[in-house]
Design a protein around this ligand. Structure first.
Ligand SMILES: C[S@@+](CC[C@H](N)C(=O)[O-])C[C@H]1O[C@@H](n2cnc3c(N)ncnc32)[C@H](O)[C@@H]1O
Length: 688
């Protein structure tokens, strides 16, 4: 209500961008405030790519294109990104950064010196070339620096960029104003019409007020047949009932209980939005009635189209300029991301622009940036993306890692994995190994990862605007079988993390669903089965806290650290993100540990957890054991002592030796490709 159209479409918690905004910035900076002129400091930022030289960005052109945006245009349909596989791996390296550096290194300095950054000053300055972590959204997201995403400020922005953005936005505003006026006229006409209808005293939509269920259904059907359900009236009753439920003591009719109002409301929601009663109730219960209404409403609207800059190939500001030159109206997705661009309008299919084909961006929902930001993979790490196709998050991990280290991108669905391979190729990602296992086979397949992402298969209740079939095709069975699988996958994911990782030891669990069964209940289960993990802050600067109790169920208090995202509250897909830290080795008798494919009993069977950390050479072994001893023996004041406390020359400890000998034997067997569990076989069997 009262919310502008643009604001409605705007991503997350957007910052209003207007000419006035930039004018204010200029005033602050002591610059004259004037209408846009045709001077572009961007013009000295010539870029070479492996393909043709790009035309120099010119604000005039930008303004012109923004102007043309002011005219009503047919919105282009956004095709699915193609797995075209067009490889131009070297492009990223061929940018002429000399030109950039004069300008952009100042941004780097700014970032390192704590100076504020401009609105386009993201990663771009540093990411493609520098190997500090500024390529990432999570510059300051390293563990221990929670919630410190750098918020780019515009203070340092050059005039041209301000004008560029202002012109782009001005064009957009004009267009939106026009559209707004048209919408207003239509709404007024509709209101007049509905006012005439609401004067008629309530047709009994769906048998309102009738006692007997069968009779009610019959009559409801008849009345529907006679009278097409009047959506206006239905909506009116929905809002009326919400108002009553909001202030029940004062507004309820005498003799009508809260339960009756709620039942009526749910029924109307099913009728109006087309949900199955089962799902409508499940989703309704997550919120207050008013918020539930907002949620259902938001599911009827498309989420903004967002692209993620591939920082392995380009910088966000260059990409923005190139797309603006093609007539795309866009702006940064929000301060929380340095790589996202929200697309308002485009004349060109975003899945077929030269920039797309050259791998400069990927079309990716803003919400799916979040798990990766929370994971915050670091350069040179070993990362597992357990359910990775089609690779939006995998390729973001790679960009954050600057194409170093290795990301194992797993997905058992080979068809989907093709899309993943296509994206990996197009985006010039070189540190990914694609594999295709059931995630529950980890860590048997491989373990010892610095970080693991489990973006689990889910019911999709957070993405109903994209897939409305969810409204009716998910039933009780799904909310039993999916959580069951999610729990198994999560235990496998936990067991695949190396708790002793020098840089990591983290796991992110995410879903694009909002139900507690698939989120808090799964995470709570994992906490109860794995005392060697704890929840930590996701570092994401927005989102609602996870539930610590829900409909009589109590969850661990630390569930508060997990994050829920909603379309109505954050204008992104519904999403859930939980971040774990692994603080100790997997208990040897861990119940329900990974590897058992089937559900049911398998999930509860005792499974030996095998250390799948990459096999080190004997020397490495010694070194890493020493490292561990050193690490663990470090006292709080930083002095080091041996773990036994007996100094370097402590007496032999036979028990401890047995452990090392066993481990060495197992390693030796694995080197020879044998199953180390054979060691456990009874001697008699071995002799045989
Ligand atoms: C939410 S999607 C992943 C999206 C992906 N992370 C991305 O950002 O592009 C869930 C994926 O889980 C995969 N999946 C289903 N069952 C699985 C299992 N048992 N183990 C691992 N992955 C599984 C599906 O094939 C699907 O691609």
């Amino acid at each position: 209500m009262g919310q502008g159209r643009r604001m409605k479409r705007k991503q997350g918690m957007p910052e209003a961008l207007s000419e006035e905004h930039f004018a204010n910035l200029k005033r602050k900076a002591g610059l004259p405030v004037e209408p846009p002129v045709e001077k572009a400091s961007l013009s000295n930022k010539k870029r070479k790519t492996g393909a043709a030289k790009k035309p120099e960005p010119a604000p005039k052109k930008a303004a012109a294109s923004a102007k043309s945006n002011g005219k009503p245009k047919k919105k282009s349909k956004l095709p699915e990104p193609e797995a075209d596989g067009s490889e131009d791996e070297e492009m990223g390296d061929e940018f002429d950064l000399d030109q950039l550096e004069g300008d952009e290194s100042s941004d780097e300095e700014a970032s390192s010196g704590g100076k504020k950054k401009n609105i386009w000053s993201d990663d771009e300055d540093e990411d493609a070339e520098e190997d500090d972590d500024s390529v990432f959204d999570s510059d300051d997201q390293e563990e221990g620096k929670k919630g410190k995403f750098v918020f780019s400020d515009d203070e340092d922005e050059s005039d041209a960029e301000e004008k560029l953005t202002a012109a782009n936005i001005a064009g957009l505003s004009r267009k939106l104003d026009k559209k707004l006026a048209e919408d207003k006229a239509i709404t007024e006409a509709e209101l007049q019409e509905s006012a005439m209808q609401t004067n008629i005293d309530g047709p009994k939509i769906f048998g309102e007020g009738l006692e007997d269920d069968d009779e009610e259904d019959d009559l409801a059907k008849k009345s529907q047949a006679l009278l097409a359900p009047d959506l206006q009236l239905l909506r009116q009753r929905i809002t009326d009932n919400i108002r009553v439920l909001d202030d029940f003591a004062n507004l309820a009719e005498e003799g009508r209980s809260r339960a009756e109002y709620t039942a009526q409301l749910l029924k109307d929601i099913c009728g109006y939005y087309g949900y199955s009663p089962y799902l409508a109730e499940k989703l309704f219960n997550l919120f207050t009635p008013r918020e539930a209404f907002a949620f259902f409403e938001a599911n009827e609207m498309p989420r903004p189209v967002v692209i993620r800059t591939n920082t392995l190939r380009t910088h966000r500001r260059d990409l923005a300029q190139a797309l603006i030159n093609r007539g795309v109206t866009l702006e940064p997705v929000g301060k929380w991301s340095k790589v996202g661009l929200q697309i308002f309008e485009t004349n060109v299919p975003l899945g077929a622009t030269p920039e797309y084909l050259a791998g400069h961006y990927i079309i990716q929902a803003a919400a799916s940036f979040l798990p990766v930001m929370a994971l915050s993979p670091q350069p040179n790490e070993r990362v597992l993306d357990m359910a990775s196709a089609p690779g939006g998050k995998t390729t973001y991990c790679s960009a954050m890692m600057n194409n170093t280290g290795v990301v194992f991108a797993n997905d058992p669905n080979k068809e989907r994995a093709k899309g993943l391979i296509g994206n990996v190729a197009r985006l010039g990602v070189r540190n990914v190994i694609v594999c295709s296992y059931d995630g529950r086979e980890f860590p048997r397949v491989m373990g010892g990862f610095d970080r693991v992402l489990l973006d689990a298969p889910c019911s999709g209740t957070g993405v109903i605007s994209k897939d409305p079939s969810v409204k009716t095709n998910k039933d009780e069975k799904d909310f039993i079988s999916l959580p069951h699988m999610q729990k198994q996958l999560l235990l496998s994911a936990i067991d695949s993390v190396n708790h002793a990782s020098e840089t990591g030891g983290f796991l992110v669990y995410s879903t694009c669903s909002v139900t507690t069964e698939e989120n808090e209940a799964v995470v709570n289960y994992a906490l109860s089965r794995r005392p060697n993990v704890k929840l930590v802050d996701t570092g994401i600067p927005f989102g609602k806290e996870g539930f610590t109790s829900f409909m009589g169920k109590k969850f661990h208090p630390s569930l508060k650290l997990t994050r829920r995202f909603y379309p109505h509250a954050h204008n992104i897909d519904g999403f859930y993100v939980a971040k774990f830290q692994k603080i100790g080795p997997t208990p040897p008798n861990a119940i329900g540990a990974a590897g058992k494919k089937s559900g049911g009993a398998a999930a509860d069977a005792e499974v030996e957890v095998i250390d799948k950390t990459p096999i080190a050479t004997d020397d490495d072994d010694v070194e890493s054991e020493e490292k561990k001893a050193g690490k663990k023996g470090k006292s709080s004041n930083g002095t080091s002592s041996s773990s036994s406390g007996k100094g370097d020359f402590s007496a032999f400890d036979e028990e401890e030796d047995v452990k090392y000998i066993e481990k060495a034997k197992r390693n030796a067997m694995r080197r020879r490709g044998l199953d180390p569990r054979a060691l456990k076989k009874p001697k008699a069997q071995e002799k045989k």
